[in-house]
Every structure is written in structure tokens, then in C-alpha cells.
Design a protein around this ligand. Structure first.
Ligand SMILES: [Zn+2]
Ligand SMILES: [Zn+2]
Length: 261
């Protein structure tokens, strides 16, 4: 399994892209930035998007991936005609009602026609494993102000967990501790310790609250934990706070990382 970081920040500024991870070549975990960083050829290889939740920083580029795919198809391209969105039913309903509603953006679930549309919605169920392009994926409900799931990925007997946006959540660590060959965790860490109240009301982590959750992780220090969703403007302070925790194999992920398992 390869996981290429396309964007990993909880804010958009010049040089800081929003959350999106490319798994192998065809699966996205969230879609905050793929149209900004991938070439058109790379975009056209994407066949699946696992959407953790409907906050804009995780769905923004579905709009532009769909638009680019539509133009590509109209020029006669026959491969990878559709992009399937895998998310909770309530999230797919929100996407239809508030995003692909003909006002904010066209409804690409009926374009160019309903039988062979650019976007296909797949309602997934929490904790029920599905398989796409050789990767077994399980959605794990996490603690965030809107319906949200992290994802457990499993390929070739190796597992990776992406928590998605979350405040303290026991279930993720029950999954993490149950995996036979866990390779890494990609985990929310958004705010500095001084902004704990902001983290609490928005359903995110600080280094301090994150550490409370990591104490539930039996392989802490052995299995790498990569942090994402940092607010760019306080990145330096957060790096210092994370280093002060002095936990082996715990670090912030960067936009140039490509993880191989
Ligand atoms: Zn969120
Ligand atoms: Zn977010």
C-alpha cells in the first residue's frame, strides 16, 4: 500500500493544502486538495473517494475532480468513467442537498446521464468492511460535530488507520489495538495547547488532548503516528509542543511524504 500526502493541513494558505491522501493511484481519503496538486492524468486515475465527513476542507475538490472528469469523458475517454463516493448515508444526503444541488455546483450524479454519471454515491455502514481496488476499508465512527468516520485500510495483511477529524474517541483505539499488523496511524492534531477550548468546541485535538487518546494505544512508540490537520499559522508552536511530549515515532506528516507499506 502506498499513501501519498496531497494536503495535510487544517487551513488553506499559500503553500499549505487541505486534507487529502492518495492511496495507491485510484483511491482518495478525503478531497481537500487533489485538483490543486495532481496532474490531469493522475486525477483521471481516481476511481474512489472515501469521504470522512462533509466539512468543506474535506470535500472541496470533489467538485473540480468531477468537472475535469466530465470534460475528459466528452473528449472520448473511456476508462475510469465514474468516481464513486463512499461515505455514510447521511453524508451523501448532505452532499446532494447542499453541494451538488444545482446551485452551489451541478449535480454530477445525473451528468451526463443518470445511467452513467460522473459521480456515484455509495452509502457505507459503520464498521462494515468493503473492498475497492484491492484495499479492504472499514469506517470507524469518531467524535466530531457532524457525522464523521475514520477509515481502517487493509491490503496484503498490513493495516493503516486514518482517524479523520476527531476529538477524543475510544473506538479508534479499540480498532488499533485489535489489528494484527498495524503499520501506521494518521491522526488529527489541529490546535496548540493554548487553544484547547477551540479544539473542544470544534471536535479536534491539541497535543495535550491527543496524548490522552494515545495512552489508549498499546503500540505507542512502536507503530508510527503521523499527525495531520495542523493550523498552518501555529505550526511551529505545535511542532515544539509535540516534540516536548518526547514520544518515539510520533511526528507531523508533511505534504511531501509518501508512505509505503
Ligand atoms: Zn471537520
Ligand atoms: Zn477538517
Amino acid at each position: 500500500m502506498r499513501i501519498k500526502v496531497l494536503g495535510c493541513y487544517g487551513g488553506q494558505q499559500v503553500g499549505f493544502r487541505l486534507t487529502s491522501f492518495l492511496v495507491n493511484d485510484s483511491i482518495l481519503l478525503d478531497a481537500g486538495s487533489p485538483a490543486e496538486i495532481l496532474t490531469l492524468e493522475e486525477q483521471h486515475r481516481i476511481r474512489h473517494i472515501c469521504v470522512s465527513h462533509t466539512h468543506l476542507d474535506h470535500i472541496k475538490d470533489i467538485a473540480f475532480l468531477a468537472d475535469n472528469r466530465c470534460v475528459k469523458r466528452s473528449s472520448g475517454h473511456v476508462e475510469n468513467r465514474n468516481i464513486t463516493i463512499h461515505s455514510l448515508a447521511e453524508n451523501n444526503q448532505i452532499l446532494m442537498r447542499h453541494f451538488f444541488n444545482g446551485h452551489i455546483w451541478p449535480d454530477f450524479t445525473v451528468i451526463p446521464n443518470a445511467d452513467d454519471s460522473i459521480l456515484i454515491l455509495d452509502d457505507i455502514e459503520p464498521e462494515r468492511t468493503f473492498e475497492i481496488d484491492g484495499v479492504r476499508i472499514t469506517a470507524i465512527p469518531v467524535n466530531h460535530p457532524v457525522p464523521c468516520t475514520g477509515f481502517l485500510l487493509d491490503q496484503d495483511g498490513k493495516q493503516v488507520i486514518y482517524t479523520a477529524d476527531m476529538a477524543n474517541t475510544d473506538r479508534v483505539w479499540e480498532f488499533a489495538n485489535a489489528q494484527p499488523n498495524l503499520q501506521a496511524i494518521i491522526m488529527d492534531c489541529s490546535f496548540t495547547n493554548a487553544n484547547q477550548y477551540l479544539a473542544d468546541i470544534s471536535g479536534h485535538m491539541t497535543p495535550a488532548s491527543m496524548m490522552k487518546d494515545l495512552k489508549k494505544f498499546e503500540q505507542l512508540g512502536k507503530v508510527p503516528v503521523y499527525l495531520y490537520h495542523m493550523k498552518p499559522e501555529s505550526l511551529q508552536r505545535m511542532i515544539e509542543e509535540v516534540e516536548a511530549l518526547n514520544v518515539p515515532r510520533l511526528r507531523m506528516i508533511t505534504q511531501t511524504d509518501e508512505l509505503h507499506f
